[in-house]
Design a protein around this ligand. Structure first.
Ligand code: CDP
Length: 223
């Protein structure tokens, strides 16, 4: 299957809906670049935590952002040359990321970077605002959802696979519900379905079934 030289596929949806799993499989199948935009917000959050930057204090965000250099090489994420690929997935970062992602200046910097990385390429991006703000003219927009309970179950499973054992289902579910609320009610680029996005509920589907549905739409994109 040959796709257009430059193509953009947006996958948005709440935490744990399966976006990254699906995006990785599709990127591999269609030889596209995969960009995990959530990881970028996680990187900035990690930097804030590491440097004990308190969001409640008056801070000069633009000055702080100038000191953050983000690099993405394959599936590795670097801040100022340091590989933070594992650190950005911890519950501590997860607990603060929605607050950092609500900051206008942070979003402006990362959205610019996302557009730059995707320029002239075949790219599949996952996040919260890809189809609404980052690429409102994306070739295909998917809005992936699942019930909060199923999303929490998946997240606990993920944590277990990463050796993070002390996260119980109820805590993870509460954290997901809180993040959904923050992400969808914030002023800047809230999580919402773009009017022209295709909604898929993955609650009762495995990754392959979701990919099969999306592949049908990708195959329809003009070559
Ligand atoms: O993987 P998970 O669904 O837990 O979240 P993520 O994709 O890693 O994103 C982490 C957080 O970053 C989200 O809860 C949002 O607050 C923020 N985010 C965002 O605001 N915009 C994006 N395009 C991607 C993520």
């Amino acid at each position: 299957m040959t796709l257009k030289k430059s193509i953009t596929i947006a996958i948005d949806g709440p935490a744990g809906s399966g976006k990254s799993t699906i995006a990785k499989i599709l990127a591999n199948k269609y030889k596209m670049t995969y960009l995990d935009t959530g990881a970028m917000y996680r990187m900035v959050t990690y930097y804030f935590l590491e440097n004990q930057i308190n969001l409640k204090e008056k801070i000069n965000i633009l000055e702080i952002l100038k000191n953050i250099h983000v690099d993405i090489v394959g599936d590795k994420f670097y801040i100022n040359g340091k590989d933070v690929s594992e650190e950005i997935r911890t519950p501590k970062v997860t607990g603060l990321v929605s607050e950092v992602a609500a900051i206008k200046e942070v979003r402006e910097k990362l959205v610019e970077l996302q557009r730059e990385i995707s320029k002239g390429k075949k790219t599949i991006l996952d996040g919260r605002d890809i189809g609404t703000v980052v690429f409102p003219k994306a070739d295909l927009k998917i809005y992936l959802i699942a019930s909060p309970e199923e999303r929490a179950r998946r997240r606990v499973e993920d944590y277990k696979n990463k050796g993070i054992e002390n996260e119980n289902f109820q805590d993870v579910l509460d954290a997901i519900i809180k993040r959904d609320f923050l992400d969808s009610t914030r002023e800047e680029s809230p999580l919402k379905k773009a009017n022209d996005a295709i909604e898929i509920d993955s609650s009762k589907m495995n990754a392959q079934e979701v990919c099969d549905i999306i592949s049908k739409y990708i195959d329809e994109i003009e070559v």
